[in-house]
Design a protein around this ligand. Structure first.
Ligand code: NAP
Length: 373
């Protein structure tokens, strides 16, 4: 029987992964073991009524006995363990949520509703490393992969509205702490519905700029503000998050001619849903209803939201999408710049399609592949 080991299963992405695997009754047809970098010997998750004991995530010999390793532990773990394991002679499948190996030649970035063909070719040709994509890239491709598949995009720019969860669990807590502090400090101004609005505004501005305001994780206020920089700087002025847009999109879809993708990535005060405003230069003047049909057929999770105020505010928001696998696309219309300029807005849960779901699905695909050979 195939032996699969899970590392990083209790982190944010890992726990969403295990939750989804339980929901989908995925824990069949293989032997599972669970590893930790800090809780060796302690109790792990309960799978089918059995409590698993945690093994040492740095034990190369033990890891080398596995056929598949699924890690949501993070980049430093991958850096520390992956090469040692391969040097030790391990030839199993490495599935990883971290970015460390994404751009390596012997790795495939996985998003099977979009690049199942690339994955299948990789499996047949013996590729052993399958890495989850950047969340923003995954969600953009889940939304409009039909346009890429039909070769309709000359270039694309994405202006993002990214959730706190992309920065980690501590950041999610910090956002809510910031919001709670704003609420607490302004409480007295809200009691009088006729109170002076500028007094309330002054209080909020004073709160978020106060030196005691909790910003140790974000480095700046996010509640009642935005942060127009995500990840480290690149030499060309992009942030690393923006750099990934072009690099990862084109590695996932593997078209002959790379499609230019660029934009600005901005952190906003949502919990776990990223949103993106897309501007797309089409290769030709395709009518909006045709475009809409093509987007709708991208995959079974993409839904179209009609371009009306009522539908957009009801269905095209983090509030509506959080915790679901649905990827709505709306505000689809041509821009004033000309008939080849299209805009659209899309939202997706970045812990599901942006992180855990492609990992869950590639694991099932690899299990199926191992059964077939
Ligand atoms: P995380 O929540 O920080 O968890 C990583 C590890 O931290 C856990 O597996 C656990 O390892 C340890 N840990 C220490 N204290 C913990 C606590 N109180 N609760 C839970 N775990 C604790 O990391 P993550 O956000 O899931 O990210 C994992 C990887 O996925 C990263 O490479 C990240 O870049 C990538 N990724 C993240 C997202 C996202 O939205 N967050 C999206 C796509 C990809 P031990 O059990 O060994 O102590």
């Amino acid at each position: 029987m195939v032996r699969a080991g899970f590392v990083g299963w209790r982190g944010m992405v890992g726990s969403v992964l295990i939750g989804r695997m339980k929901e989908e009754e995925d824990f069949v047809g293989f032997e599972s073991s669970f590893f930790s970098t800090s809780q060796v010997g302690q109790k792990g998750p309960i799978i089918d009524g059995e409590e698993k004991c945690l093994e040492d995530a740095y034990d190369i010999d033990k890891l080398s006995k596995l056929d598949i390793i699924i890690t949501c532990q993070g980049g430093s773990y991958t850096e520390e363990v992956y090469t040692k394991l391969r040097k030790y002679g391990w030839n199993g499948y490495w599935i990883d949520a971290a970015s460390t190996l994404r751009m390596e030649d012997d790795a495939i970035i996985v998003l099977d509703p979009v690049n199942r063909d690339v994955i299948d070719r990789g499996l047949s040709s013996g590729v052993k490393n399958y890495i989850g994509s950047n969340c923003t890239v995954s969600l953009m491709l889940m939304a409009i992969s039909g346009l890429f598949k039909n070769n309709l995009i000359e270039w694309l720019t994405s202006m993002t509205y990214q959730a706190a969860s992309g920065a980690g669990a501590k950041n999610m807590r910090e956002l809510v702490e910031q919001m709670a502090r704003v609420g607490k400090d302004s409480g007295s101004y809200l009691k009088d519905p006729n109170g002076a609005i500028l007094a309330l505004d002054r209080q909020v501005t004073s709160t978020i700029n106060d030196e005691s305001f909790p910003i140790s994780n974000f480095g700046a206020p996010l509640a009642c503000s935005v942060i127009p920089w995500i990840d480290k700087p690149m030499e060309n002025g992009q942030s690393k998050e923006e750099w990934k847009g072009f690099a990862e999109t084109n590695k996932i879809i593997q078209t002959e001619q790379p499609v230019p993708v660029d934009g600005l990535c901005v952190r906003i005060g949502t919990m776990r849903c990223h949103s993106q405003a897309l501007t797309i230069k089409l290769n030709s003047d395709v009518p909006v209803d045709e475009i809409t049909d093509i987007i709708a057929e991208s995959n079974q999770w993409t839904t179209i939201v009609p371009n009306t105020k009522e539908e957009s505010i009801k269905k095209l928001s983090p509030a509506a999408v959080s915790g679901t696998l649905t990827v709505p696309v709306g505000r689809i219309r041509k821009l004033n710049m000309g008939p080849e300029y299209l805009t659209a807005f899309t939202v997706g849960d970045q812990l599901l399609w942006g992180a855990a779901e492609p990992i869950r699905r590639i694991f099932r695909i690899i299990l199926g592949h191992l059964e077939d050979i």
